[in-house]
Design a protein around this ligand. Structure first.
Ligand code: SAM
Ligand code: SF4
Length: 334
């Protein structure tokens, strides 16, 4: 029997998030600058290497795989990778294969994703207003995303909407978003904006809209019931009794749930980040390429997990974006 991955704080690592590209067809203001320099293609893991990497993690006890980016669906041939990973669902080694997407390519790919065993998809959407959507994503167009969401639901996938809470931007849409999601039988998760990547002029502290406030505003209109559900991440859920839907809050800043963290993140170049909010990482591409023997890669993964830090240091409480990490979210994968 292969020993499972347990970190120094006795947390079992069962969830791997994989960024398959740093590229994207949008330029969301909190995520990327307008003029991004992307990695040369040769630095990226090939789809075969990604397969070997993920398969090794699955062998070491990872039960949930989330594919992200950049925009995962702009990576060439990515459907073949989903198709390949579906074998782990069929054997029962993997419980869930899923993705986080901006939805722009979903209309094209929803059917094939569902056929590969993807049952749920997270679509990032911060506003229901076409003009505001164009502003926040710079290059995105709302109708295209709406078609993607329709296609995903038509293919039988459950859609969850992820919205970044941005002060002065989507505050007024709190109830509209909740009601729109409820009408379409979708859950909704609000995310606090995190200080990731140098965004030039972007004012991090000014953007920050605490989810404590989001929750308090929701409680003025709806009856909120706390749910016990835990995913090992920083999300906490409530049910709105009036609509029956689930609302999540991802609050790495105003709360810290690192003690139950079950996840690690692999970049498209094969670096393993043991914590989203820390700079420490381990290069897994070198051991992967150094030997065909998976034992070499397994040892490198175990060594990396033994360095997983206790938690992050993000902190806005002193009116500064403390604990900021220099890489962009699209590099590590959100
Ligand atoms: N392109 C895909 C998408 O937008 O869903 C997947 C990658 S994106 C980096 C994953 C998530 O990270 C998105 O929901 C996005 O809104 C979120 N995100 C990006 N930058 C962020 C930041 N600075 N703070 C909080 N969330 C951020
Ligand atoms: Fe692209 Fe997603 Fe970042 Fe927006 S949040 S720029 S869609 S990677």
């Amino acid at each position: 029997m292969t020993e499972p991955l347990i970190d120094p704080f006795q947390r079992a690592i069962s969830y791997l998030r994989v960024s398959v590209t740093d590229r994207c067809d949008f330029r969301c203001v909190y995520c990327m600058s307008e003029n991004m320099t992307f990695l040369p293609k040769r630095d990226l893991l090939t789809l075969e290497e990604l397969d070997r990497m993920c398969t090794t993690f699955v062998r070491l006890g990872v039960r949930k795989l989330r594919i992200t980016g950049g925009e995962p669906l702009v990576r060439r041939n990515i459907l073949s990778f989903f198709g390949a990973m579906s074998r782990h669902l069929e054997t029962g080694a993997l419980d869930e294969l899923t993705l986080t997407t901006n939805g722009s390519q979903l209309a094209r790919f929803a059917g094939d994703l569902a056929a590969a065993g993807v049952r749920r998809v997270n679509v990032s959407l911060d506003t229901l207003d076409e003009q505001k959507f164009a502003r926040v994503t710079r290059w995105g167009r709302l109708p295209q995303v709406m078609k993607g969401i329709d296609a995903a639901q038509a293919a039988g996938m459950r859609v969850k909407i992820n919205a970044v809470a941005l002060k002065g931007f989507n505050e007024a849409e709190l109830f509209d978003m909740a009601e729109w999601c409820a009408a379409r039988d979708m859950d909704l998760t609000w995310i606090e904006v995190m200080p990731m990547g140098d965004m030039g002029e972007t004012d991090r502290v000014g953007q920050f809209w605490s989810l404590k406030d989001v929750r308090a505003q929701l409680a003025q209109r709806y009856t909120l019931t706390d749910l016990a559900e835990r995913t090992g991440g920083p999300a906490r859920y409530v049910r709105l009794e009036e609509t029956g839907q689930k609302i999540g809050f991802i609050t790495p800043l105003s709360h810290n749930f690192c003690e139950s963290c079950n996840r690690v993140r692999l970049t498209c170049t094969g670096q393993l980040y043991m914590c989203l909010g820390q700079e420490d990482m381990a290069d897994l591409r070198a051991p992967l390429r150094a030997s065909e023997d998976d034992a070499v890669l397994e040892n490198a993964i175990r060594a990396a997990i033994s360095l997983k830090p206790k938690g992050h240091d993000f902190d806005y409480s002193r009116q500064r974006a403390d604990g900021q990490v220099s890489r962009h979210m699209s590099h590590t994968g959100g």
